[in-house]
Write a protein that binds this ligand. Structure first.
Ligand code: ADP
Ligand code: SF4
Length: 686
């Protein structure tokens, strides 16, 4: 289909200093858990984005020197010439499709503990590093400042040799030494680099000039700046020093890449912020500079993108998460296939890959991180191996994705679910407070399946072993999911929780189905992700008195990985949920429960009419037990195999679809990035 002419403006080329972007789609720098640790995976992931139509594809932070060492984070590195080949491979892939490669140079100063290099970190003033490590950064003297300028210049030259078209001077997120110098609260200097904004910005101005001098004739030089730190007058604000700085340097860089900090605000999850959440903060920038401006806001709607450009707010539509969820977003708009866009749901599971130092994963895009190691392309898949039929039981995330991908391969697929609505767990969970955008996982797949002549979805169709056998499909896939349990078995209580007869024990599914006990409710969260907090919020919204008990020292503690723990905790506190941390639920009685301190074992009683156990889910496995051995091809996928995240279920469904008809892998089922041993062995000894 031809593209809608309303979107033409998105495909105009835009000049950035000495280079030109072929359209307005700009993949801003983003972490990915691959970086230098999994370099081929990183390079192929970026290459695929260029293929998908992003005119600019950037790296994540690229360290310039051992004194700004981000280990264990797996970012980029340009410490010396030996680091060039990794970035060169990335740039080559990006250039293959006529896109520009951006390299975000960074010296992380006070925000790097230098755990690998063991060099004392550097900062404008003596101060502990920002992470809770027993490490303090030392105040930089003028010699250190000269050295930093030299390292940055050398790294810029290396970035150009690697093939960069855009070289960044990074002042974002309060994660770079230049941003630390800019900061009123971090920079306590009294010399020419401290005090007034003019002085605090001196290092930035010097490094910007150095970078332009080094590579500015052929590379665009960009500044990435957090214009508002959401700290009020203590930090940068869009109507305070954030604006003042942009006014001061308005025409100096070739491009302004603007956002808000810190990272948890810049990558705000959908539970707490919707599309366009940064607009009000960055809208002023274009009024102050004639240079192109890129900003982000988890944009997936082309109409919204057009209005940003036409409204004079941005020149480029910046994206990290939307480009992860759908690397082909620009291509789909260009080809008039807007409905096919796999919209980011704002769950931040991608970030959990980075925070766990493993290749990132994505709930919506199961191929993310698998491009190189498994050879999975986000849009292409091998055709079917034979004219065979597949029956999938269960239309949750796993079943839906499996059906969609098998349909794409050309199989005749029947997808049956006993529910009245597709989505499995998500049919319920998307109605929890703040989780409505997560429903896109279901909507995208039901739409795609709806377009396929050979894939049929049947709702209100409970399947039994007998009806499955009678159906006679060549392959049967059980995607029957999992259910929360009510016996308390879980991490903290592997043998369950003693429960008095007659006590009311509920599961999250009961709460999602609308059960509201007539009295105080105790939630025991031994799961530590979103469910405990979300159920507490739902009950509280309906006026229940709620106590949330967790053996962890904070609520929803795993959601640190998705950058939202502090928001969940704050929301529950503001809603008036009573929070009891570091306690196990040791006994459930009628009208009350016993809580035990995880450190001392000391117990306390809590009054409650019902307990909601968020402990574990058990696979729905009866069909598998009944059918095992009686069918030529039977498999379990998703939560029916092993309950996990929605991302894991989608991935499992996708993997099964890819591998149907293929010989089972022998050994490691993906390509690995192996460490090459150096030649200079044994170690040098004096
Ligand atoms: P996953 O996350 O692995 O996709 P879900 O729990 O979200 O799993 O979805 C499982 C789906 O399977 C649910 O919609 C459920 O109604 C459906 N299901 C379970 N057992 C049957 C069955 N016997 N017949 C039809 N549908 C079933
Ligand atoms: Fe968006 Fe979630 Fe995918 Fe991240 S993991 S890109 S937030 S859908």
């Amino acid at each position: 289909m031809p593209r809608d002419p309303r979107f033409d403006i998105l495909f105009e080329p835009v000049k950035i200093g000495p280079v030109t972007a072929r359209n307005r789609f700009y993949q801003v720098p983003h972490c990915n858990g691959m970086g230098r640790s999994f370099p081929s995976s990183m390079a192929e992931m970026r290459r695929v984005k260029a293929e998908g139509g992003w005119a600019v594809v950037c790296t994540e932070e690229v360290e310039i020197h051992p004194s700004g060492d981000h280990t264990p984070w797996a970012g980029g590195r340009l410490w010396d010439d030996r680091d060039i080949p990794v970035l060169a491979r990335m740039c080559e892939g990006i250039h293959e499709f006529g896109s520009l490669a951006g390299v975000e140079l960074n010296h992380a100063g006070q925000t790097s503990a230098n755990l690998y290099s063991r060099v004392p970190p550097l900062a404008p003033s003596d101060m502990p590093v920002t992470m809770r490590e027993p490490v303090q950064a030392r105040a930089m003297d003028l010699e250190d400042i000269r050295a930093l300028r030299h390292w940055h210049r050398a790294a810029a030259l290396r970035a150009r040799r690697a093939g960069a078209d855009i070289v960044y001077v990074y002042v974002g997120h309060q994660l770079s030494t230049m941003s630390h110098f800019l900061s009123r609260y971090r920079n306590h200097r009294t010399d020419a680099y401290g005090g007034s904004l003019e002085n605090r910005s001196r290092l930035l101005r010097e490094i910007l000039a150095d970078t332009k001098d080094a590579v500015g004739d052929t590379c665009a030089v960009a500044i990435r700046l957090a214009v508002d730190e959401l700290k009020g007058p203590l930090g940068f604000t869009s109507d305070g020093e954030g604006r003042d700085l942009i006014e001061m340097l308005a025409e100096e860089p070739d491009l302004w890449d603007v956002n808000i900090s810190d990272w948890s605000n810049d990558s705000a999850p959908s539970r707490f912020a919707g599309q366009g959440f940064q607009d009000d903060y960055v809208a002023f920038v274009k009024q102050v500079t004639s240079k192109p401006v890129v900003g982000v806001g988890r944009y997936t709607s082309p109409d919204a993108m057009v209005s940003l450009i036409k409204g004079g707010k941005l020149d480029f539509i910046g994206a990290a998460r939307p480009s992860i969820a759908d690397p082909f977003l620009p291509k789909k708009i260009e080809e008039g296939r807007v409905e096919d866009i796999r919209e980011c749901i704002g769950c931040n599971i991608c970030i959990s890959g980075d925070t766990s130092f493993v290749p990132m994963r994505c709930t919506q895009n199961p191929t993310m991180g698998e491009e190189w190691r498994s050879g999975w392309h986000p849009e292409r898949i091998a055709p079917k191996h034979a004219d065979e039929t597949v029956l999938i039981v269960g239309a949750g995330p796993a079943g839906l994705e499996c059906a969609r991908a098998l349909g794409q391969r050309g199989y005749a697929v029947t997808l049956a679910d006993k529910g009245a609505e597709a989505g499995g767990r998500l049919a319920r969970e998307r109605r929890l407070p703040g989780l409505s955008e997560w429903g896109r996982v279901v909507d995208h797949r039901t739409w795609r399946i709806g377009q396929m002549a050979d894939v049929a979805l049947y709702l209100e169709s409970p399947m039994t072993a007998e009806t499955i056998r009678d159906f006679g499909a060549d392959h049967v896939v059980l995607a029957t999911g999992a259910r929360w349990t009510a016996d308390g078995v879980g991490r903290e209580n592997p043998t369950g929780i003693p429960t008095e007869e007659g006590a009311t024990v509920l599961t999250p599914e009961d709460v999602m189905a609308g059960t509201r006990p007539g009295g105080p409710v105790l939630i025991f969260d031994d799961d530590h992700y979103y469910m405990g907090g979300a159920v507490a919020e739902a009950l509280r919204q309906d006026g229940c008195e709620v106590t949330l008990v967790t053996p962890a020292t904070e609520v929803s503690c795993w959601s640190h990985a998705t950058l939202e723990q502090h928001r969940v905790q704050a929301r529950l506190m503001e809603l008036g949920v009573r929070i009891v941390t570091a306690h196990n639920l040791s006994r459930i009685g009628r009208g009350g429960a016993e809580l035990a301190c995880i450190y001392t074992g000391r117990t306390q009683e809590a009054e409650c009419a019902a307990s909601v156990l968020v402990t574990m889910r058990r696979p729905v496995g009866d069909l598998y037990t009944e059918l095992a051995g009686s069918l030529p091809s039977l498999a379990r996928i998703g939560d029916a195999l092993a309950p996990g995240t929605i991302a894991a279920a989608v991935h499992s469904g996708h993997r099964h679809a890819r591998e149907l008809g293929a010989a089972p892998a022998d050994g490691v089922p993906f390509r690995r990035e192996l460490i090459e041993l150096t030649a200079d062995w044994p170690a040098r000894r004096d």
